[in-house]
Every structure is written in C-alpha cells, then in structure tokens.
Design a protein around this ligand. Structure first.
Ligand SMILES: Cc1ncc(COP(=O)(O)O)c(C=O)c1O
Length: 413
C-alpha cells in the first residue's frame, strides 16, 4: 500500500479562496455601469483607486498603481526611472519570461544571471554581470520565497544601480520585517490566475518615489494628464506617452476582496509549510532551498535540492511510487517559460520589427550575447530541485503524509 493512497486535495491559492464576496463585488460594480472606469467621478471613488489606497495602507507604501498585468507593472518599474534604450538590466535565469520581456518593453537589454540555492539571483553572478551599461537589477521571488535581497541591495547601492523587485509570485511575503519590495526602488505584483491573490488578470506597480510614480502613471496611460481627477494631477514633470495599461474596475473589485483575504490565505499556507518542515527527518540526499528570511516566506512551496541528478531521479521515482508526483524543475523536455533556455524570443534576439530593437539600438554599446548553456549553475540547480506546492485545501494530515514520503524516499535511496 502506498503512503499516499488517495490523491491529495487539489486546488490553488487565491482562486481557491473565492466565494460570494467576489461575486457580490463584481455585481456591485456592474450595478453602476456609469462608473466602469478607473478614474473616479464627482462624489465616488473607483475600485482601482480604493484598491491602491488599501494596498498602500497595509504595506506602508507611498504609491501603488493598478495596471493590466504583472508584466505591465514590471515595465513601469523600469520606465519610472528612465531606464530604456542603451541600458542593460540584470534578470535571473529562472523566472517567468515576462521579467525579461519587461526589460525589452522598456527598450533596454536583458542580461541573464545565474540563480543559486535560494532559487533567486546569485549575488556573485550579478556582480560578474554588471557592466558600465547596467542600470538595474530585477530580483525575482519565485513561489513565495524572497531571494537574497540583503546582498543584492548592498551590491546595487555600492554600484549605483536600481534594485527592482519582481514580487509577482510573492504577494504578502516579507523581508526583514517589511513587505517585500518596500526597501527597493520599485516593485511589482501580478494578480493573474496563479497568484497568491488573483482577479484573473492584473498587476500593481509600487514605488515610494514621487517622481518615479508620476513617470509610471504617464507610461501606463497616454491620456493620464487629461483626467482631472487622475493620478498625475498637479505633476510638475512634463508628460510623455508610452502604452495603454490601465487597470479595470471589475478586476480591481475582485482584487480588493482577495487582498482582504491575504492574511487568511497566508495564515493557512505558512503553518502548513512549517508543519511539513517539522515532520522532515534530517536530510541525507537533499538540502532544503536556502530561505533568507523564513518568517517572510509566503509558505506556498517547499523545494528540496537533491545531491546530484542521479539521486534526484531516484528520489523522484521513489516518491512517485508512494503517490507523490513531484518532478525536477528542469528536465529538458517541457518548454517551461520560467527557465531561460525556453525564452527563444530573448535568446535569439527576436524583435517585433526588422530594426532588431532593443539589441540593435544605436544607443546600445554593450555586447550582450545569449546561449542555452550560458547559465549552467541554474540548469544544474533546477535539475536537482523538487518542489511541492501548498494549496488551500490541504490539511495538516496531508502534509504529514507528504513528509512521510519524502523521508521514505530519502532513507531508501
Ligand atoms: C515571476 C513573474 N514575473 C512576472 C510575471 C508576469 O505577470 P503577468 O502574467 O500578470 O503579466 C509572472 C506571471 O506569471 C511571474 O510569475
């Protein structure tokens, strides 16, 4: 008999917490069709505006802007600081391709750096990748776990480079007591279907810098200065136009309810992860992912990093035999756009126009080159990484079984 003899409950994070409250919030918006716009009118506040106020208040952030997606929010993080043609931005080799496409959206050139056992950027490789053209580093916090923010902050400060945080997968996470991103120049959330909280599609651009915020506002809506009650009212900076990324009221209404549930969601996932960790025997054939600040971790995933590829394959097989299907994060088969080798648009420098921007921009004097084997450490770590994701339908007895399978596989290898 298998240790896990009946399938574990399925489900997700944010979307699994949805109930009548989200439905009512949407109905309320639709009951006032004349208010279906993110810029408020006389006597009423928009859902986007309320959501922005609520997130700022909880995080202690100065500015937040609801936009159409996490990719948009990341693009704004760069445009807000005038980062674009001629500039390089360092991104990790393990992140959703959007982190790199935000860089090309802004007109800058992505430079890909290795991750380490935190599954986030390796500070040593970041230092190696900095050139005279580097203007920013984007730290990405995958699966709810903040990376080595402290070390990255020091490097960026020392080298006069912006630190941007991609917290798209880590909403609600904290680093040294403050919400992830708060100590950096700007940060982004995604509210897409897979995220800690979701409204289907959406994103939030955050910054504590007044001028950067206004630049982000201009960049997200070419008409923003026109709206009398708009976000850029009274701005001293000259307007410019970039893209249409406005947030929408229906999504914002859902996001507000989901945001209200954030603590409850993390109040479920964090204890589940702690419980799983407490049930694990001392590992022999794997190490746990390095978590720089365990208290700030969202607790939505646990990653075991195997000793080598062979023992990882052995553990994966033994776990599967006991009913736990967790594979390695990189297996040279599934074209997972979270791994740089599958970012063909970037690696092959594909551009929407024959001019080949941003790489061929005359302002760009760097010489970045890409190849599928350029980040061997990343591929090696991902090939040895076995991840279990927590969902809101799991109970302590389920994670006890998961721990039992892991212990079994580790001791029977
Ligand atoms: C790490 C990371 N960055 C950026 C994004 C982009 O977010 P969106 O899909 O909302 O554009 C995602 C979304 O999957 C992500 O996981």
């Amino acid at each position: 008999m298998k240790i896990i003899d009946t399938p574990l409950p399925g489900g997700g994070i944010g979307w699994s917490a949805m109930d009548n409250r989200e439905i009512e919030a949407v109905a309320n918006v639709l009951n006032h069709p004349g208010r279906l716009f993110r810029y408020p009118g006389e006597g009423w506040q928009s859902q986007c505006q309320l959501f922005e106020q609520e997130v700022c208040q909880k995080l202690g952030a100065k500015h937040a802007l609801m936009v159409a997606s996490g990719t948009c929010a990341l693009t704004l993080c760069l445009s807000a600081y005038g980062i674009g043609p001629g500039d390089e931005v360092i991104v990790p080799a393990y992140t959703y391709i959007s982190t790199a496409s935000a860089v090309t959206n802004a007109g800058a050139v992505p430079v890909i750096a290795d991750i380490d056992d935190s599954l986030g950027l390796d500070p040593a490789d970041v230092e190696r990748k900095i050139t005279e053209y580097t203007k920013a580093v984007i730290a990405v916090h995958m699966q709810g776990v903040p990376g080595r923010v402290g070390a990255l902050r020091e490097i960026c400060k020392k080298r006069g480079i912006r630190l941007i945080e991609d917290a798209c997968q880590a909403i609600g996470s904290k680093y040294r007591g403050e919400y992830t991103g708060m100590g950096s120049d700007a940060f982004a959330w995604s509210l897409n279907f897979y995220k800690v909280i979701t409204c289907g599609e959406g994103g939030v651009f955050f910054t504590n810098d007044d001028d950067a915020f206004i630049r982000g506002v201009y960049a997200h809506d070419p008409g923003s200065p026109m709206w009398k009650t708009g976000l850029s009212r009274g701005a001293k900076l000259a307007p410019y136009t970039q893209m249409g990324m406005r947030g929408n009221e229906v999504c914002a209404a859902i996001a507000r309810v989901q945001f209200d549930k954030l603590d409850a969601i993390l109040g479920k996932t964090r204890p589940l992860k702690k419980h799983l960790l407490s049930c694990l025997d001392a590992p022999k054939n794997y190490a746990l992912q390095h978590v720089d600040d365990p208290e700030g971790d969202c607790g939505i995933s646990v990653t075991l990093i195997g000793r080598d590829k062979e023992s990882t394959a052995g553990m994966v097989k033994l776990m599967a035999e006991q009913g736990l299907a967790i594979g390695s994060l990189y297996n040279e088969g599934f074209p997972d756009r979270h791994v740089y080798t599958y970012w063909e648009a970037i690696l092959q420098k594909h551009s929407p126009t024959p001019a080949g921007y941003p790489w061929n921009d005359p302002n760009y004097h760097g010489g970045v080159e890409y190849s599928p084997d350029m980040c061997q450490n990343t591929l090696d770590i991902l090939a040895r990484s076995m991840r279990f994701s927590f969902n809101l339908n799991l109970q302590p007895e389920h994670v006890e079984k998961v721990a039992k399978v892991i212990n079994y596989a580790d001791s029977n290898l």
